[in-house]
Design a protein around this ligand. Sequence first.
Ligand code: HEM
Length: 455
Amino acid sequence: MSAVVESRLPRNARTFRLYRSLPRLLKDPIGEIEQIGRLADGDLVRIDFGVFRAHVASHPDHVQRILRDESDNFLRDGTFWRPLHRLFGDSILGEGPDWELSRHSLQPVLTHRHLNVVADRIAGSIDQSIEKLTRTAEAGRPIDARAELGTIINTAVLKVFFGDKISDADNQRLLPAFENIATAIAFRFLLPFLPESMPVPGDRAFKKGVEEMDSVLFSVIEKYRRRPDDGTDFFSALCQTRTAEGGEVTDRWVRDNLVAMFATATETTVSALTWLWPLLDAHPEVAGRLYEEVDRVVGRDRVGPRHLPGLDYTKQVVQELLRLYPVGWLFPRRAVAPAEFDGVRVKAGDTLLISPFLTHRLKAFWPRPLEFDPERFTPGRVTAESRRHRYSYFPFGGGPHQCIGMHIFNLEAELIVAGLLSRFRPVLAGRVPETPRIGATLRPREDVELFLRAV
Ligand code: HEM
């Protein structure tokens, strides 16, 4: 029987009492959340954690109002942001003037135009990292997909976006520190209303991870802050930013934004691409089409931006991957003034939880929602999917806080998938159940180990 308990309140104000099933929520959070999504079926529902209540909005109309049309009334702060605020401070992942200044400073580094300039460097770095896997492949040893993708993405992103200001040695410290933080934060992320004075599992690892990151980043800031630069990486863009009054920004603000960018630029992309391998294993027909496309478009060439226009099916696979596993799976908002959603009242101060994970699985918008089917994204195909609501698919959010990393993610994802498949056929080293584990992002519960067979 499901652990989710439904109250007898009228349908429009249904409440799911999660506190009654806390142990199960902690053991299988995604199962419980999926269950709520199925029962809610697009209605705004309440979930009750006992000491804390929140609304879950999954209908695309509601999502559009919250993220875009009435974004002034639904702010990105409140209880659920507390654990993340401890990490990112007042940065681009916040709200208000600090967010605005950060967005203004960082967005230009990630535009299409700017990315075109650095795309060759990103591709070169990705190709080199993939080439290094040849020795492991030849030795017949499996790779840990998550760890290797982390190295590939991290090397590409850090070089281009932090210039050469972060040394390899520092990088080797940053990556594991952040990895620890991302898992250590899971408990607080799920139960953010617990007071900080109450110790919970992961607290110590979180603190240690933050100290390690700070030690690297503050020393980089101290060393390079006053050196003039061309301003084409995140670090330079941040250091050259002026406050609204024309003053200098603080070291803390630069640090907060560097941590935010480091987290969003690597963790999301790594988690998303780790999902691909179990999915391809379970869907050989998709894998076959993907191999055919990569063989035809890239062949034995070194993968580069010139191949991207020919990789249509690869794009569809990545889109469908993010439908089933939108790694930014839950983002909360706080209502400033009362509001009403199809008869359900939301009070000022209430928390609303938005989850593309739930919306992307709504039957009314996605026929056969649990099936992995990249054909849904075939350009020009006239189906229920192609006429879909703008907010029935929003892996990158929407409105003023829409992800600024969308273009670089697509660029990296296509280059990595095509680069890997042009050299290797990955084979799962063991069966991996398609179960997510929850942290700040949605990642596979088990390690994904792959044998790489040379093409
Ligand atoms: C699979 C990859 C990614 C997914 C699914 C994803 C998803 C999201 C989502 C859902 C939001 C909106 C959060 C909200 O409204 O509260 C967001 C915001 C953001 N993302 Fe991404 N993201 C991805 C990759 C990236 C990358 C590669 C970068 C950076 C290079 C990035 C940087 C950001 C930043 C800075 C924001 C905050 C924007 C703002 O509030 O102004 N993301 N992302």
